[in-house]
Design a protein around this ligand. Structure first.
Ligand code: UTP
Length: 295
């Protein structure tokens, strides 16, 4: 069966970005001029996904507004002849998005459970906004292509430094199927570095079969007292095969403050409007730092 649907959970509190996330959706934080959630939606469309569901919650209306039309703004830009800006604004409204609310952010597993009616009996992808990936082929498309061969749930993983594993779900591999595909003995959420079964961490792209919902429905809270998607995947792996797929492109962690700054700078260096000034500024700042003029 073809994978057609994507789910983007965006109902979390975003505590790592407080206080800005007190009244603003983390997913709307901009990388130069584009909200992070738009990068995710664009990856879905570039991968051939046809329908996207965003899981929202309290304080997340701006995500819906971002993808809705803004008649007054469009008219204003049209009258002033600002056609390039008008095109940018109109592009965001052409995407067919669905929204559903998670009334209490009980954890990622509970957020995904809210997608049950939308997904129905089809395989689907879950895409987290904290991770932006770049590669010649979008990671979601790589997972979808792989599914055509395996017809099984497949979770994207990537090697991370050992001392960082406790921030992730980690796999215990059980042999390789091919160069990038692993059989998995177990999936462990946020292990201590000394207990971690590997340095292969789950990054924010999952291809899941609809059987995950039967597991999620009964899933008890795990690490951090949250209903963990990783725990449900570990349970699913006991009744049907779940593979891990190693991503080898570049990953930007925008859910973390330093990662967010790095992403903004690197994206800015590729942005035609600001790249020249930004490059000059970085070179000048580097010299000033070396000379001890900036602390
Ligand atoms: P995170 O744990 O990274 O997001 O969940 P968070 O809770 O918003 O952020 P921090 O850790 O407190 O800073 C990964 C994704 O799952 C969503 C989040 O919005 C984020 O995109 N999520 C998490 C939900 O939709 N519902 C939840 O109950 C928890």
């Amino acid at each position: 069966m073809k994978v057609r649907k994507a789910v983007i959970p965006a109902a979390g509190f975003g505590t790592r970005f407080l206080p800005v996330t007190k009244a603003m959706a983390k997913e709307m934080l901009p990388i130069v001029d584009k909200p992070t959630v738009q990068f995710i939606v664009e990856e879905a469309l570039a991968s051939g996904i046809e329908e996207v569901l965003v899981i929202t919650g309290k304080g997340k209306r701006s995500i819906e507004d971002h993808f809705d039309s803004n008649f007054e703004l469009e008219e204003c830009l049209r009258k002033k002849g600002k056609n390039e800006l008008l095109q940018l604004v109109e592009e965001t409204t052409k995407i067919n998005l669905h929204f559903v609310r998670q009334s209490h952010p009980l954890g990622l597993g509970d957020a995904v459970l809210q997608a049950r009616a939308f997904v129905g009996d089809e395989p689907f992808v879950v895409m987290l906004g904290d991770d932006l990936m770049t590669d010649t082929t979008p990671l979601t498309k790589q997972l979808m292509d792989n599914y055509q061969k395996t017809h099984a749930s497949t979770i994207a993983v990537m090697k991370v430094p050992r001392n960082e594993v406790s921030s992730y779900g980690v796999i215990k591999p059980d042999g390789k199927v091919d160069d990038r595909l692993y059989n998995v003995a177990s999936f462990v959420e946020k292990p201590k570095p000394e207990d971690a079964p590997s340095d292969l961490a789950i990054i924010g792209r999952y291809l899941l079969t609809p059987e995950i919902f039967k597991v999620l429905q009964h899933q008890k809270p795990g690490a951090g007292d949250e209903v963990q998607l990783t725990d449900a995947i570990d349970e699913l792996n006991k009744t049907q095969r779940v593979f891990a797929y190693e991503f080898r492109g570049k990953r930007y962690d925008v859910g973390d403050k330093f990662g967010f700054l790095k992403t903004s700078i690197e994206y800015g260096l590729g942005h035609k409007e600001v790249q020249g000034n930004l490059k000059n500024y970085i070179v000048k700042l580097g010299k000033e730092l070396e000379a001890g003029k900036v602390k």
